[in-house]
Design a protein around this ligand. Sequence first.
Ligand code: GCU
Length: 606
Amino acid sequence: MTKVKTPNAFILILVLGLSIQSSMAQKLVQNIFGRECLSLNGRWNYIIDPYEMGYYDYRYDPFDQSETGQGGFYDNITSVIETEKVEYNFDLEPTLKVPGDWNSQYENLSLYEGTIWYKKDFKVTPKDETRYFIHFGAVNYESHIYLNGKKLGSHKGGFTPFQFEVTGKLNRGNNFIVLKVDNKRNKDEIPTINTDWWNYGGITRDVTLVSVPETFINDYKVQLDKNNRNLIKGFVQLNGSALQQNVVLSIPELSINKTFKTDATGKVEFELPVKKVKYWTPNEPYRYTVSLSTDNDKQTDLIGFRTISTEHKKILLNGEQVFLKGISVHDENPLIPGRLRSDGDIRMVLTWAKELGCNYIRLAHYTHNERTIRLADEMGLMVWAEVPVYWTISWENKDTYANALNQLTTGIERDKNRASVIIWSIGNETPVTEARNKFMMSLADHVRELDNTRLVAAALEVEREGFDVRVDDPLGEKIDLASFNEYGGWYWGGHPSNLSKYKWEIKYDKPVVISEFGAGALAGYHGSDSTLWTEEYQATLYVNQIKMLEQIDGFSGMTPWILVDFRSPRRQHPQFQNFWNRKGLISETGQKKKAFFILQEYYSKK
Ligand code: GCU
């Protein structure tokens, strides 16, 4: 390994006395789309660092001794440039597009799992009485963040936003930000080492420099009470030095213009009776302009008002029974390979779902882009949101639980004002053990504490013997739906014509929502409906699945697996897969398969 002249660099870092800045990221700024922002999207220089030489010296000691305030080697660009033997020069390196996973941008990064360093120069003129936050939409998986050679902190979790306050740390004029991003999988992380999706690494969502007044509206919730559609409930939380202030909540179309006073902690909770509300529904996804203002800050948001609840085996939207005509969706653009990057990407995928006749989507298996949730609000799609507590998690590891809790909490905090989100899912196909039950039931309790206005779900485990299927996973007691994946006619042997023989024993007096079923088909491959991988096989599976599911008492919705073919390292068949999971109703070239039209026909009549 090239021996970096550590002593000089190390001394320089010591001399520079890099201090660790607050590595705690404050509570997320609610609705950054309503804020004055400088986008840091664009091209960032990058260095591939498989041996993490920028972070560890040749004895594998980290340069970044957080407690002593030493930054990482790369982070202190000054030291690298001044060190006699410079072996790195960010500015001469190639670039990666941000937002965007690195796997899809260069062939040699397609399956890369390890560290990549990013660097971005930017100019800003910080204003007085103004606070600044650097906000990341998502970075997969672990990142260490440095601003102008000083460590801001680190973050774990590949799908949830995080931020660092940088007030007073920005130069007037030239600044630079460096990230160490590592997407290596690890059994104790969330997700664990084994998943059925591509491990897209990097800065996969927007990076934004957000500016707010010294005392600002940090967080708020404005939603309908769960049990009273004529009562708006919520809170406002200020952050800054003048915490006790008047806050005006205005919703002009509801003739609401109400002043509240925050307490010494900057918080006020409120309840507001409302008469005639135009409720948000998929067919009429109406959103109100909601403004919150204080002496020196104003936030405006578009918020839909609706209630979601269950009553025995029924799901009620605004008190009326609804059937969830759904489809599952990964955060991936098949046509421009990689994670969904922008509103354009996302609108294309959600338009396919609307074309299919959906009123509902399962955003599997992790927290999707905030833009996706906002577009679902606008386009009228109810959402099953989920955290990647997927398959064989390290149930007894307290750090693993804390990670899952953080990802769940962050998603709920970020999207709590979005009418589209009706379900918080705490996981998928997790093997039943005592430790798993404890872990998952605790997550379910936590969701209800944070947000009792939405349903809690998970893809439960099922037991099968031949054509007899039992659903009595202990976790089912804890969640609001009898929701589970089933693969009759594909993984569960036999031709789809056998589906009529299945007997279902579902233990709960709860709405039955099938969170997955499906079959693989290579678009354009045709043959008999008994030939695996043909469009005809997939289509006949859909016909027979629908017939079977319609017989189940309490059948209230479904999200077949999946809208679009997606990439997975587990899908190796050289003729039919080539690293693509082929259960999509649409191929990676945008071609609709026969099963798309079977489902579209069914939903049109539902
Ligand atoms: C599982 C899992 C999905 C996976 C699918 C499949 O049920 O939840 O993530 O992609 O089956 O095997 O295609």
